[in-house]
Design a protein around this ligand. Structure first.
Ligand code: G16
Length: 543
């Protein structure tokens, strides 16, 4: 068994995006591509000799091969132990949980999240630090810098490791422990929520449907919702993880989770529906014939937190990403706790949670979680809702409408223009930047532009500054239009337009969001000249 030092050449495109490096599978399969990035991680994180790592992924195509490569490289780079989820499987929140519970130096998570998988689909890799959260920008920048100068990597010349049985083997001087990917996570969930109350709710005939979208959360949901909480078999749909997600797009929104949406809007709909994404960190919450926006979900979870056993003591604070609606801010104000506004990307919440400044975090992109881990957590959000429903004994819709009555409604929608030519998307952003001074103070019917800027964030804990995090058009009445380029796509560019308007008047709360936001949408399209500059009449996805 010998350590090989393999000569390589740098690739210029290994800059991590919003959440790690995401590329098409054929890009990752190029000779040395994955290896270069992994060596760049190892060279940047300064792990002590014999450090331990957690390793796993969402089971998508290329997961198994990548795990074998990373294990052999970890052994050649002096790691002492790697904990691998059985079959190479680990949901992103479970990986975070295991890193924290077993106090490893960090972990490597293989996933392209909600992006489709398969031989021509997407693959991804990211490093999480010892707090269980995605590496900070300082670390990802260091990895990128390293990837541009790398000329060799180290790998063990050895046969593959068996991953399908719980066992402990050695690879060179390194231990490889294959563990059950579900048990630590399920135990953590039991410690946070009142399983007896949820069990009683389900026993009383409250029907649920959880769509695992043929992605990683299938086994987690079956164990927790069906085995431990007693939901009838079949409550979890699409529960078998598949390498290509059954050809689907594992993104839990109204467009891509259409099987679930049809059930929840059909006759005899269950009382509660939810879905999670490829790696199990996103969630979508639905009631009977009712959709809860992720921004509202965060606000409602916060407002009801003390009803849930693990959060009885109250919240230290809330954080939301900048494009997420300000619904949570209103709850924070009522609770007299701080609400932080961060750039998009879960990595920005880590410092706030580590410093004890916030308990709950959420994003409009279907992510909600708390300081129990350092990732967003799809099943956690589902269990939170079920716990609240078990205590309040009201429907999802009644809880949301009651919340709006008390706090007002933040009408919200996001328009995604996916797969645009990069120059066209950049052109829209550039055009907007050039319009800042002409737009400031301008009146569009009842809307007056108060501020136009490029969002810049100073981390209150370490003082690091992140610039150009999205263009904000802020109106005098609190309405907002945000333009942002996605950092998770792998084809061309995705332009996101986020629209928000606050409505205190209860008699208007029944309006459809598209109807309520009609004028703002018109303003957004007008000022951005998006349709002319991109040639797109319609967004690909509206949420
Ligand atoms: C990742 C990040 C999230 C972010 C989302 C969307 O989620 O972890 O924090 O909100 O991407 O990012 P973008 O708008 O840049 O596409 P995931 O679920 O893809 O890991």
């Amino acid at each position: 068994m010998s350590i090989l030092t393999v000569n390589t050449r740098p690739f210029s495109d290994q800059k991590p995006g919003t959440s790690g490096l995401r590329k098409k599978v054929p890009v990752f399969k190029q000779a040395h591509y994955l290896e270069n990035f992994v060596q760049s991680i190892f060279d940047s994180i300064a792990a002590p000799q014999d450090a331990s790592l957690v390793l796993g992924g969402d089971g998508r195509y290329y997961n198994r091969e990548a795990i074998q490569i990373i294990l052999k490289m970890a052994a050649a780079n002096g790691f002492g132990a790697v904990l691998v989820g059985r079959g190479g499987i680990l949901s992103t929140p479970a990986a975070s949980c295991v890193i924290r519970k077993h106090k490893t130096f960090g972990g490597i998570i293989l996933s392209a999240s909600h992006n489709p998988g398969g031989p021509d689909g997407d693959f991804g890799i990211k490093f999480n630090s010892s707090n269980g959260g995605p590496a900070t920008e300082t670390v990802t920048e260091a990895i990128f810098a390293k990837s541009k100068t790398i000329f060799s990597y180290r790998i063990l010349d050895v046969a593959d490791v068996p991953l399908d049985q719980l066992c402990e083997t050695t690879l060179g001087g390194m231990k490889v422990r294959v563990f059950d990917p579900v048990s630590d996570y399920a135990e953590l969930m039991e410690s946070l929520f009142d399983f007896a109350a949820i069990r009683a709710l389900l026993k009383g005939g409250f029907k649920i449907k959880f769509d695992a979208m043929h992605a990683v959360n299938g086994p987690y949901a079956k164990e927790i919702l069906e085995a431990r909480l007693g939901a009838p078999a079949g409550s979890v749909m699409n529960g078998v993880p598949l390498e290509d997600f059954g050809g689907g797009h594992p993104d839990p929104n109204l467009t891509y989770a259409h099987d679930l949406v049809e059930i929840m809007y059909g006759v005899d709909a269950p009382d509660f529906g939810a879905a999670s994404d490829g790696d199990g960190d996103r969630n979508m919450i639905l009631g009977k014939h009712f959709f809860v926006t992720p921004s509202d979900s965060l606000a409602i979870v916060a407002a009801n937190a003390t009803l849930v056993s693990g959060y009885k003591q109250g919240l230290a604070g809330i954080a939301r990403s900048m494009p997420t609606s300000a619904a949570a801010d209103r709850v924070a104000k009522a609770l007299n706790i701080p609400c932080y506004e961060t750039p998009t990307g879960w990595k920005f919440f880590g410092n706030l949670m580590d410093a004890g400044k916030v308990t709950l975090c959420g994003e409009e992109s279907f992510g909600t979680s708390s300081s129990h881990v350092r990732e967003k957590d799809g099943l956690w959000a589902v269990l939170f809702w079920l716990n609240v429903l078990a205590v309040r004994k009201q429907s999802v819709e009644a809880i949301v409408r009651g919340h709006w009555e008390k706090f007002g409604r933040n009408f919200y929608s996001r328009y995604d223009y996916e797969g645009l030519p990069t120059e066209a998307a950049n052109g829209v952003m550039q055009h907007l930047r050039e319009s800042f001074s002409a737009l400031t103070g301008k009146q569009f019917d009842k809307y007056t532009v108060q501020v136009c800027d490029d969002f810049c964030y100073t981390d209150p804990v370490d003082g690091s500054i992140s610039k150009n995090q999205g263009i904000r058009i802020l109106f005098a009445d609190g309405s907002r239009i945000i333009f942002r380029l996605s950092g998770t796509g792998t084809e061309g560019a995705t332009l996101r337009v986020y629209l928000e308007q606050y409505e205190p008047d209860v008699s208007r709360h029944h309006l459809d969001a598209q109807e309520a936001l009609k004028e703002l949408i018109g303003i957004a399209l007008g000022i951005s000249e998006l349709q002319t500059l991109t040639g797109r009449d319609q967004p690909t996805v509206i949420t």
